[in-house]
Design a protein around this ligand. Structure first.
Ligand code: SF4
Length: 227
């Protein structure tokens, strides 16, 4: 089953030295059957006696709640926003629970990374995604290439920033002006690449498409075609 194989892949990644995904640090006990996760800024505290006074959570159930709001109480409308709150630690009793917890913080991230490694990941470029828009989003197709290029840093990299590394382009033959690193590396806090599971962005997200629509709407609609 896919879930079991993903859990095995995650365990293998840990054995190979990976300990970070996005802003989360994870580690296993010696027999690789119990795990601790926390915000990477709390790594040292989490290893202190009594876990340095961090708020303790048992099991993966609280992951969704912890991922919803930033430190300042603002809603995290993107799961990969770089403003995950710190000050907590989660104890997980099995590899399956670890996967469940990480999936709540960073949905699909593990699967995207594995598919990318196996060269089976399908990338959807911006024009392809815009061409599929219908209803009120149809007008997003009017976005110019120049506007699209500007929207990438303005939307993906603007504070607090999205931690995903963009793999898509404007179109198959038009790369992003600043290259794939124009938004982020996909790895929080600059740990060596072989110590992290990167967060990848294989297609513009709904937030980005909404920004495309808002920008496209600022220009006058095209004149009606001649009868
Ligand atoms: S398009 Fe990708 S990189 Fe940009 S904000 Fe959305 S998920 Fe993040």
């Amino acid at each position: 089953m896919e879930t079991n194989s993903r859990v095995s892949d995650l365990l293998q990644a840990i054995k190979n030295g990976r300990h970070r995904i996005g802003e989360i640090e994870f580690r296993a006990n010696n027999s690789n059957d119990r795990f601790v996760i926390c915000h990477h800024a709390d790594t040292e505290r989490s290893q202190a006696p009594d876990h340095g006074g961090l708020e303790i959570h048992h099991g993966p159930e609280d992951s969704r709640r912890l991922s919803l709001y930033a430190e300042d109480g603002s809603y995290r409308f993107l799961k990969a926003q770089r403003n995950l709150r710190s000050g907590w630690l989660m104890l997980l009793e099995s590899p399956a629970d670890l996967k469940l917890a990480l999936d709540q913080f960073y949905p699909a991230a593990l699967g995207l990374w594995l598919a990318h490694r196996r060269e089976t990941l399908e990338i959807e470029h911006l024009r392809q995604k815009l061409d599929r828009q219908s209803g009120m989003y149809r007008r997003a197709k009017m976005l110019t290439d120049e506007q699209a290029q500007s929207l990438v840093p303005a939307t993906c990299a603007a504070a607090p920033g999205c931690a995903r590394r963009i793999l898509w382009q404007i179109s198959p033959d038009q790369p992003l002006a600043a290259g794939p690193a124009s938004s982020a590396t996909g790895i929080a806090d600059r740990v060596p690449p072989d110590e992290a599971i990167p967060l990848l962005c294989a297609a513009p997200c709904n937030h980005f498409i909404a920004e495309c629509l808002a920008t496209a709407k600022k220009q006058p609609p095209p004149p009606p075609s001649a009868p």
